[in-house]
Design a protein around this ligand. Structure first.
Ligand code: SF4
Length: 161
């Protein structure tokens, strides 16, 4: 499998966050910075982040593609209701955890490290038992970028815009 140069650089951010974050929770703010960046980018380029820059996407392409059983993802992964359900569950989990920190900056960073670690474990499991990018079919951040990109494209082509 061929990788993009950007992926070979960005992939290092994943271990920095999920392993380094266990020792320094402030690294969780890298996740926040990346989210702000790719959500802005998605207005102009849809899921460009996913295929070129996402550290986890790069990890799935570079590493998990070698270990994947390459089985089809469950059909339910393609259903919008299922993808948005995963989105709501993950975002609710993050919001509840942030409320539980009482505003502690380090604890908030730890919430993002935990979220990244948890979703990476799920991505690895799905990467093995389905396709290497199985997780990307239901990743809440992918779902959101896709929606923003689509709405933005519709607005540009709308006769009233
Ligand atoms: S779908 Fe999620 S994990 Fe996959 S590349 Fe996009 S943001 Fe990264």
């Amino acid at each position: 499998m061929k990788y993009k140069k950007t992926q070979l650089i960005m992939v290092w951010l994943l271990p920095i966050i999920v392993i380094g974050g266990l020792f320094n929770a402030m690294l969780g703010y890298l996740v926040v910075a990346m989210m702000a960046f790719f959500l802005t980018l998605s207005f102009f380029k849809g899921r460009y982040w996913c295929w070129n820059l996402c550290p986890r996407g790069a990890f799935l392409d570079i590493v998990m593609s070698k270990y994947s059983l390459n089985k089809p993802v469950p059909k339910v992964f393609a259903k919008q209701w299922f993808r948005w359900m995963i989105f709501v569950l993950l975002i609710s989990f993050v919001i509840l955890r942030i409320f539980g920190t009482g505003g502690n900056v380090i604890a908030i960073g730890a919430v993002f490290v935990t979220m990244c670690l948890l979703t990476t474990v799920i991505a690895v499991v799905l990467g093995i038992v389905t396709r290497h990018r199985g997780w990307c079919a239901i990743c809440p951040m992918g779902t959101l970028q896709e929606q923003i990109g689509r709405s933005s494209a519709n607005r540009k082509t709308s006769p009233t815009s």
